[in-house]
Ligand binder design. Sequence first.
Ligand SMILES: [Fe+2]
Length: 379
Amino acid sequence: MTPNAGCFDFVLPTKVRFGPGQRTEVASEIRQRGFERVGLVTTEEIVELGLHEELTEKLRNDKKKVELFTGVTSNPHLSDIKEGYKVLQEFGADCLVGLGGGSAIDVTKGVSLCLANQESDLVYLDRQSENVKPALPFFALPTTSGTGSEVDYWAVISSPENNQKLSIGMPQMAPLTAIVDPELTLTLPPELTFFTGIDAFSHALEAFFSSESNELSDMLSLKAMELVFESLETAVHHGDNLSARGDMALASTLGGAAMQHVGLGLIHAMSHQVSGFYDTNHGLANALLLTNVLGFNEEATPERTELLEKQLDTSLVEEIDQLLEIRDLSDYQVTLDPEDLPEMVKRAINNVNAETNPRTASREDVRELFGASFEVEES
Ligand SMILES: [Fe+2]
C-alpha cells in the first residue's frame, strides 16, 4: 500500500526525448522554435572531451549565434550562476542549453531563471518565488546518468561562505526539453559511472520510501531500481556497452521524475551537508549513507519493503550490498570534523528532503547516522 494511495497530482512539465542519437534533435528544436542566440552552459572537462562540438557546429550551420559559458564547477557555487548570468546577459541569449552532469544542468536552471528576471542573485529570486517569471527556455542534455536533474525543477547549489548546499526549486525552473542520449555517457569513466549510478539508485529508493509516494511514482521508482540492479555493474566495467548505458540513462530519468513529485529522504538531507562542508562527491556521500539510513528507516517501512521485494523479486539488502561492492568503498573514506557535526545535524533535520523521510529522525538519530557512515576525527 502506498502512503497516498488513490489521491495524487502528477505533472511532468518537461518534454523528454530519449534514445541513442537524440542529441542532434536539440538543434532541430532550436530551429523550429525560432531561437537565434544560444547560450551553452557546460564545464571545461566537457569542452576538453569535445562533447560540445557536434552541437555548436550544427547550430552555427543553422546561422545561430552561440556563446559558451564553461565556468561550471563540481558542487557548483552561487558565484557560477552569477558569472554565467553576466556572460550570457551580455551576449543576449534567447535560450540556453545545459550540457553535462547535474552541476551543469543545475547552473543552467539558475542562470535561465536569473536571465528571465534580470537578477543575478538566485537566492533572492528563491525568496520571491511566487512572483518570479519563468526561466528563459532551456534544454537539458545530461552526460552522466544519475542526477535526474534533466526532468525536475530543482537545483542544488553550494554557498561556500557558510558551507551550505542549497536545494532551490520552483516550477518556473523546469527545463523545456530533456534530451537524454545514452551515447553521451559512453566515455564517462568507471568511478563517475558508479557514483552517478548510485545517485540514480538513491533517488529511486528514497522516492519509493517517501511519505508522499503514490502509485505512479512507485512505477517509476521500481523500474529505475530494477534497471540499476541489472545494468550498473556492466556500465561501470564495460563503459562502451550502449545497452547498459541506455538502462542507466533511463533509470536516471525515471528516478528524477519520481523524486520531482514525491521528494527524497534522509540520505539526501544528510549527504548535502557532507558535500557542503567537505566538497565530497554527491554520489559517494549517498553511497556511504545508503545502508545505514535504510536500516534506520526499516521499522517504519516493513510493508513497503515487502512490496518492493515482491515486485522486483529480490532481497533489497543483498542487492544493495552487491551494488556497493562494484567499487571498494574503503578507498573513499570521508572524515568529519566533530566541531562541524552540530551544525550539520541541524541543517540535515531542516533540509527539505528530511520532510518526506518515512521515519522522523531526532538530532541524536542523525548524529548517530553520521557517525556510523563516516569517520569522525578524534576531538
Ligand atoms: Fe542526488
